[in-house]
Design a protein around this ligand. Structure first.
Ligand code: CP
Length: 315
């Protein structure tokens, strides 16, 4: 891999999953980061992505430097901008400078949720990819979260082995008090479809269909209970509207609770975290024996190791 910003950069998903699983068993088996530097840039806060990527980098032997960009160093991304306001530096120079300080550049950014065209151009991650001279890894962009999705694939693969049929995976929208990006849902759908090992159903209210480029190939249902029937995995996530860009809805009856999980084939519950208890999911489901949320978060480390190895070794 030259860089890792979407599933399209992963030429062989089973091989990548195999490497992640290998690192779960043998975290320190190889040191491709020896005498190399990983820089992580965060344009918005993070707990899991930040710490799992730092841990992955250390375990591969990298020197790891993390810089918070939020509220600090302001970058300009517009070409031709007259930079007489608050932006201190253009991404062209910043990416060129950072490329001399590191061997892998990892970037986390969020969308505006006000300008769909700009967000779906994925300007920040693509600018770094264009102007950096080292591999770029997405730690979540405006529209995708590929490291999360790889960890989710890994989690589903591990818990599918006992199933006699192809797993039915339901990605269901759930309520949330804030407007959230579509990135996790977009990416999850994209990875499930590219992986090809599961049947994907997406359940969301009318007006909350994901962009066509991400949902094409999945079955979309607007009746959550119907969608959940016989599911083997229930992946729960809120996202704001793509059509009425950034809008949300007060639909508390879309919560995932014990009554809804009873419709499934004793499904595993998944969520990328952080999660709002008793808004998105009931305590009983989150704390129940079929909840995989902590394992998903743990698998972020091994997914990151597999990806960092992939880009530094061009595997
Ligand atoms: N799932 C996830 O990306 O979590 P953070 O926002 O804590 O990184």
């Amino acid at each position: 891999m030259k860089s890792f910003v979407s599933v399209h950069d992963a030429p062989d998903i089973p091989a990548l999953l195999h490497r992640a699983q290998h690192y779960k068993q043998h975290p320190f088996t190889t040191q491709p980061g020896h005498q190399k530097t990983l820089i992580n840039l965060f344009f918005n806060p993070s707990l899991r992505t930040r710490l799992s990527t730092e841990k992955a980098g250390h375990q591969l032997g990298f020197q790891v430097i993390t810089m918070d960009m939020a509220g600090g160093w302001q970058l300009e991304f517009e070409d031709g901008a007259v930079m007489n306001l608050d932006k201190a530096e253009h991404v062209r120079e910043a990416a060129g400078v950072l490329s001399q300080y590191c061997d892998v550049l990892a970037v986390r950014a969020f969308p505006s949720l006000t300008d769909r065209e700009a967000d779906y151009a994925d300007r920040i991650i693509n600018a770094f990819r264009e102007y950096a001279t080292v591999p770029v890894v997405s730690l979540e962009s405006a529209i995708r979260h590929p490291l999360q999705s790889l960890a989710d694939c890994m989690t589903i693969a591990q818990h599918s082995q006992h199933l006699r049929t192809r797993p039915k995976v339901v990605l269901t929208w759930a309520p949330h008090p804030r407007r959230l990006p579509q990135a996790v849902a977009n990416s999850f759908a994209e990875w499930m479809l590219a992986w090809g090992e599961v049947d994907l159903v997406i359940a969301n209210p009318e007006g909350f269909d994901l962009a066509e480029e991400f949902r094409a190939g999945a079955q979309v249902q607007h009746n959550q209970r119907e969608a959940l029937r016989d599911a083997d995995f229930v992946y729960t996530k809120n996202w704001s509207s793509y059509d009425d860009y950034g809008a949300t809805a007060d639909l508390s009856d879309w919560i995932v609770d014990e009554e809804k999980m009873a419709l499934t084939n004793n499904a595993y519950f998944m969520h990328c975290l952080p999660v709002r208890r008793n808004v998105v999911v009931s305590d009983g489901v989150l704390d129940g024996g079929r909840s995989l949320v902590l394992e998903q978060a743990g698998n972020r480390v091994w997914a990151a190791q597999a990806v960092l190895e992939g880009v530094i070794c061009d595997m």
